[in-house]
Design a protein around this ligand. Structure first.
Ligand code: ZN
Length: 86
């Protein structure tokens, strides 16, 4: 078995928190800022553990994009979805 270095990400060592729960916490901690909402665009920023991530809705693809490296759904996007309804 290969020895893998421990992840550098501080959150990786924390007790696993669900994406939804974390998103709620981010909202509660006022980490989320919605910068623009109109008929076609949503942009927001979310302060994560190691920086501020940019989140936006891409109307061409009908999908969300976040600047963090997480695969699939991330807490930043979940936080935005909790406060933006379409
Ligand atoms: Zn993200």
């Amino acid at each position: 078995m290969d020895a893998r270095p421990l992840p550098q990400h501080p959150e990786s060592n924390a007790v696993r928190e669900s994406v939804e729960k974390k998103a709620l916490r981010y909202i509660g901690e006022r980490r989320l800022t919605i910068t623009r909402v109109d008929d076609t665009q949503v942009t927001a920023s979310c302060r994560g553990v190691d920086g501020v991530y940019a989140i936006r809705w891409i109307p061409e693809f009908l999908s969300w994009e976040c600047s963090c490296q997480a695969r699939g759904k991330c807490c930043h996007l979940e936080a935005v979805k909790m406060v933006v309804t379409r």
